[in-house]
Design a protein around this ligand. Sequence first.
Ligand SMILES: Cc1cc2nc3c(=O)[nH]c(=O)nc-3n(C[C@H](O)[C@H](O)[C@H](O)COP(=O)(O)OP(=O)(O)OC[C@H]3O[C@@H](n4cnc5c(N)ncnc54)[C@H](O)[C@@H]3O)c2cc1C
Ligand SMILES: NC(=O)c1ccc[n+]([C@@H]2O[C@H](COP(=O)([O-])OP(=O)(O)OC[C@H]3O[C@@H](n4cnc5c(N)ncnc54)[C@H](O)[C@@H]3O)[C@@H](O)[C@H]2O)c1
Length: 455
Amino acid sequence: MANDFDLVVIGAGSGGVRAARMAAGHGARVAIIEERFFGGTCVNVGCVPKKLFAYGAGFANEFQLAADYGYTVDGWSFDWATLRDNKTREIARLNGIYRRLLDNAGVTVFEGHGRIEGPGRVSVDGDRQLSAGHILIATGGKPFVPEFPGNERVRISDDLFYLDKLPDTVAVVGGGYIASEFASILNGLGVTVHQLYRRELFLRGFDHDVRVFVAEQMGAHGVKLHFNTDVASVQERDGRQVLNLTGGGELVVDEVFYATGRVPRLDGLLADGVSLDTGDNGAVRVDDQLRTSMDGVYALGDVTDRLQLTPVALAEGTWLAAWLFAKDKPQGPVDYRDVPTAVFCQPNIGTVGLTEEQALERHATVRVYRGRFRPMRYTLGDIQEKTLVKLIVDDASDRVVGLHMAGEEAAEITQGFAVAIRMGATKADFDATLGIHPSSAEEFVTLRQGETVSR
Ligand SMILES: Cc1cc2nc3c(=O)[nH]c(=O)nc-3n(C[C@H](O)[C@H](O)[C@H](O)COP(=O)(O)OP(=O)(O)OC[C@H]3O[C@@H](n4cnc5c(N)ncnc54)[C@H](O)[C@@H]3O)c2cc1C
Ligand SMILES: NC(=O)c1ccc[n+]([C@@H]2O[C@H](COP(=O)([O-])OP(=O)(O)OC[C@H]3O[C@@H](n4cnc5c(N)ncnc54)[C@H](O)[C@@H]3O)[C@@H](O)[C@H]2O)c1
């Protein structure tokens, strides 16, 4: 007997929606199951509301700058409820768009909990049974909070987007993307922010110079950074949160936000007796064709815990739909080389390719070019905002193997350079490219004094 659907997708986030729409476009009969919100993490409690808040957090700086340009900007104030509710309205609009995209693509939408009952069998809310030629797990991730006394008192990233009231003082625990972005956002909105990170320097995995520079700049913006600091317990005192620190001492704040990583979301996904190979943190293991250990079941995006980025989930969704259903199959697997990324902390970080540390693992000798400057926009007044640009070049081939920026518009600028890096641009190509003057981006093509570093 024919299956109900050629493909049943569980989870309508970035990767699931993309795979479902594209598969339907290739002529497959597709169903998608979503239990919480269309568009998933990115649209609802991730990239989009985060970026809107980051824009919101930048205005205090702009008002100060406007005064340097002769504007009178006395008496401005900020209303949290307006920002929060305008954001929520926009997210509701996007939810509708995601839902309509699926409907218009001819995808059958089920609202409820998806569960794999066995090979080729999926249920919706435990009752409606669907048979499927292929099943795709695109269930994303969820915040991870470590075990310690009082951890039920802390908030996670989802909560920030719906706070009733903006607290006066917060602790943000973690040193990755979310903690650094949230610390900058809250600081920009006028909250006193303590960011706690358990090791020596946050933003592990990014280029060391960038990490040092961002720590210095975030500190200058007012974020109180506490490195080599971890939390033993949290308790309430007089309506406030008291963090007992592992090294001794305490920190008293109004709210505690934990951003200590995300783990794959597999809650109730597999019926009794159904199992899949998973990694240490529960991530669904896949091969380079996104196949899981169960025949006909695929997985992509955050649930596989590789690169937790929306464009990666989108690329995987596009690839899988074509791989399974297109007349012209992709030539090879998804290409994860030189994935550009940005952290929307203040200053923003943009990066593509290797850090200096990674470059030295692969190449015997590299040339490192650094530039540090005050963007022209800030030169009329007292704002001491700085920008860092850095290129890492493999000395043997002259190829630019890493490009890093921390400063205004780092994400916008890095995206364009990422194309050049992927195409194998050399330092000579950068040198031969004329700058756009005056701009910050031109610094990347005018770096001349390199430092040679060997392993
Ligand atoms: C605060 C924050 C900020 C971020 N900012 C950025 C950014 O700026 N740039 C960037 O590239 N990435 C960012 N990310 C990461 C990005 O959001 C994720 O990489 C991306 O959403 C992953 O897509 P996905 O399809 O794998 O999963 P998700 O988007 O998480 O979608 C999974 C969906 O599956 C649903 N689901 C789960 N289980 C079931 C079930 N059993 N039945 C039915 N439905 C189910 C969930 O409700 C959800 O809608 C951010 C993440 C967070 C948390
Ligand atoms: N701008 C973006 O593209 C963007 C923004 C936000 C999130 N994301 C994605 O979402 C993922 C999750 O973000 P995240 O910031 O939660 O994770 P992360 O992996 O970036 O950072 C987690 C941080 O928590 C710390 N940590 C882990 N366990 C801890 C513990 N037990 N105690 C104290 N500290 C601990 C880690 O050392 C690290 O600093 C990111 O990896 C990223 O891929 C992307």
